[in-house]
Write a protein that binds this ligand. Structure first.
Ligand code: ATP
Ligand code: MG
Length: 719
């Protein structure tokens, strides 16, 4: 098979970037202009030019992006792609440390601590402070590490007592990590950097190995990553440093985690022969979408002027959707997905039949919950990327384990989870005996409970507790089958949770009352939602779906637990994506809905009070300085939020809807809300922007209800 032409599918500027192989190169270009594509093609170009695959290093922002790039590279160059090092900066750090960490006193089998491990060490190191404090210290320490500061340097640079306290805790923390032969996530960059900086032999080894480094999403690298890059391509005159960085200053959205645009500014200074290539054609979005994106990013200061254009045509107007509450907003998002999928809402030509063509993007993780519920209600498969799904939370899975057991007594994993949450004096040993017994007779653990010979392996009190649990499940199942309608379901669920002591169980298993309360509130929320689904009340804020059909709690439990297994299985399959804006970077979907574009949520309102920490003793000059600093923080925050909005808009290929709510949660309260200032900044044509699809939706809903009824009938017929 002849390999495709190296320049196939690339415009002239992209070809120039791909073919420039012997010096430092920066591709600075707007969203969707094919920067990532340049990297993938350049990997192919380098291999064709004779560079051994294992000496090409491509750095992506996430593991998922690395996997995707590997897949693309395989498509372009075949098996040789397998030896190219395609990974994140962190994974590269792991490799450096495993190979050469010994010179720092690190065993090659060091462990990598996750965020929870770190919090618990800090909690301890701080003399048993609460989790929230430990988390905030963790944040600060991470930021310092990303700026290349150790505890001593952080102490010297500290500007107040609080920072000095954290720097001292950090010193303890450093000692513990060394004692445990462990590293944290930030160490995966800072330690390799130390290695390269201080150990000539190691440095020479890596500089000799690396022939070309390609860095995607360069705008979101931090100071230590930049230093690591410089060292890896160093050891020769700067004009021969072989790297290709691609990025977009307008998409820098990780400033809060220490990423710095200085890295873009430094490149031409540190590498005077830097070749800068600009790409201007956007291949992703229609002109209507691109115009909105350009308008939003307009007010931000520019590192370089851009003129992004698209020849994909004007396309659908960008829509603005208003809603009363988040629940209402979620209903409308679901209706939009169903409508577009059914070929409605002015989509001539192409029909989008796949769920994977749709994404719902939001500012903060906690927003996912409402959209998940609405999607489940509509039986639409989805995945939550960049955060934990509401339905994957431990407390919700605990409850689902009980439901699964009601529905299928033979579900052993559900049995084990339910029988131990909350604890009921049945120990691991007893469960081990029960499991062996069940295995021996090839029956489920639940069935084994009722076997008359179980007494031969489990005796006395434990057997009594097991029998009691079995009876409880049978009894719950019977009652759930006869519990009809929302109100009865709610009473049932609340009585049951009380009987098993679930709230107390959460309190006992969490150190922090605040965390336990948040988990309990998730449980209540979930029960509300489940009982709502039992019908007999108006469920839909838009009033389209009036009083629903009455269902039994058991029936509802059945669909809930069924869906949880579906969405687990369908991780990378045909599902709607729910994602934070941050996690959506670099990705694209035909239809995107940006939700929660409500002032205070996006831009996110900082709890910023320039008077916080003021003692009243400051001089006028000090006050003025503090106010100026606060206002600078606010300005840079707003600029980053605007870039986040720009990232969101530019994920859309064919259609974009932006929604906001008239009420939003602020702490525990609901407050009146306004559309985000970014909606006005998009400069949309008011006449076409406002979407009011209620009429169309009614028709579509009716159509879907009919289809659902037909499907249900077909399913029943199969049973
Ligand atoms: P982002 O800034 O969001 O990371 P990007 O600049 O990395 O975007 P890509 O993801 O590489 O852009 O490309 C955007 C879309 O345009 C992709 O679907 C890609 O396949 C397509 N594309 C890029 N260049 C070309 C080209 N020359 N011809 C056709 N399609 C292209
Ligand atoms: Mg990209």
């Amino acid at each position: 098979m002849s390999s495709p032409s190296p320049n196939a599918g690339l415009n002239l500027a992209q070809q120039e970037a791909v073919n420039y192989m012997h010096g430092p190169c920066l591709v600075l270009a707007g969203a969707g202009s094919g920067k990532t594509r340049v990297i993938t093609h350049k990997i192919g170009g380098l291999i064709r030019a004779g560079v051994p695959a294992k000496r090409i290093f491509a750095i992506t922002f996430t593991n998922k992006a690395a996997a995707e790039m590997r897949e693309r590279a395989r498509g372009l160059i075949g098996r040789a792609a397998k030896d190219v090092v395609i990974c994140t900066f962190h994974a590269l750090g792991v490799r450096l440390l495993r190979e050469d960490g010994a010179v720092l006193g690190l065993k090659s089998q060091f462990s990598i601590l996750d965020s929870d491990d770190v919090a618990s060490i800090l909690k301890d190191a701080g003399g048993g402070v609460d989790v929230a404090t430990a988390r905030s210290w963790q944040w600060t320490i991470s930021l310092w590490k990303n700026q290349g500061l150790n505890s001593a340097a952080a102490y010297a640079a500290a500007s107040n007592d609080n920072e000095r306290i954290i720097a001292k805790v950090m010193a303890h923390y450093e000692e513990r990590l060394a004692a445990y032969q462990s590293v944290d996530f930030d160490d995966l960059i800072s330690l390799p950097l130390k290695l390269l900086q201080n150990h000539e032999q190691v440095r020479q080894k890596w500089q000799g190995l690396v022939r070309h480094i390609l860095v995607d999403e360069y705008q979101d690298t931090n100071a230590t990553q930049y230093d690591m890059l410089k060292l890896l391509v160093g050891g020769k005159p700067s004009e021969q440093a072989c790297f290709t960085a691609v990025g977009d200053d307008d998409q820098s959205i990780y400033g809060w985690r220490g990423a710095t645009l200085d890295n873009l500014k430094k490149l031409p200074i540190d590498f005077p022969s830097l070749k800068v290539i600009k790409l201007e054609q956007n291949y992703r979005s229609t002109s209507a979408i691109l115009r909105a994106a350009n308008n939003v990013i307009g007010p931000n200061p520019k590192l370089f002027p851009k003129n992004l254009w698209s020849d994909l045509g004007e396309g659908e107007p960008v829509r603005v959707v208003d809603a009363d509450t988040e629940e209402h907003e979620a209903e409308r998002a679901v209706a939009r997905i169903q409508g577009l999928r059914a070929g409605g809402l002015n989509q001539p030509g192409k029909q989008y039949k796949d769920w994977r063509d749709f994404a719902v993007l939001y500012r903060a993780n906690h927003q996912a919950k409402t959209f998940e519920k609405a999607l489940r209600k509509a039986q639409i498969p989805y995945k939550v990327s960049g955060g934990t799904s509401f339905f994957d939370r431990a407390e919700i899975k605990d409850l689902c384990a009980w439901f699964r057991l009601w529905i299928n007594n033979n579900d052993d994993p559900a049995f084990l989870r339910a029988v131990t949450t909350p604890k009921r004096g049945i120990g691991h040993q007893t469960l081990g005996h029960l499991g062996d017994f069940a295995g021996k007779y090839k029956i489920s653990m639940f069935e084994a409970l009722f076997s008359s010979s179980l007494g031969s392996v489990i005796s006395g009190k434990a057997l009594g507790s097991l029998h009691e649990f079995g009876r409880e499940i049978n009894d719950l199942e019977f009652r759930a089958r006869h519990t009809l309608g929302a109100e009865a379901a709610k009473t049932f669920l609340m009585d049951w949770l009380k009987a098993i002591g679930f709230e107390q169980y959460l309190m006992d298993s969490e150190d922090s009352d605040k965390v336990a309360a948040a988990r309990w509130s998730n449980v209540l929320d979930f029960c509300d939602w489940m009982s709502g689904r039992c019908g007999g009340q108006v469920e839909d804020a838009s009033g389209v779906n009036a009083a629903g059909e009455v269902k039994s709690l058991l029936e509802v439990a059945q669909t809930v637990s069924l869906l949880s297994t579906i969405s687990e299985r369908e991780q990378d399959q045909d599902v709607v994506t729910l994602s934070t804006l941050h996690a959506s970077k670099g990705l694209e979907w035909p239809h995107v809905m940006l939700v929660g574009v409500t002032e205070g949520m996006l831009p996110f309102q900082l709890r910023d009070n320039p008077d916080a920490g003021a003692t009243g003793q400051e001089s006028a000059a000090q006050r003025a300085q503090a106010l100026e600093a606060a206002s600078a923080t606010l300005t840079s925050h707003l600029q980053e939020e605007r870039r986040l909005m720009y990232v969101g808009i530019t994920r859309a290929q064919r259609s974009l809807a932006v929604s906001w709510t008239r009420k939003r949660k602020k702490g525990r309260e609901m407050v009146a809300a306004q559309p985000s200032r970014f909606i006005a900044e998009m400069g949309l044509d008011q006449a076409t922007a406002r979407e009011d699809p209620r009429e169309k939706l009614k028709a579509l809903r009716a159509e879907f209800a009919q289809k659902a009824a037909a499907n249900a009938a077909a399913r029943n017929a199969v049973k």
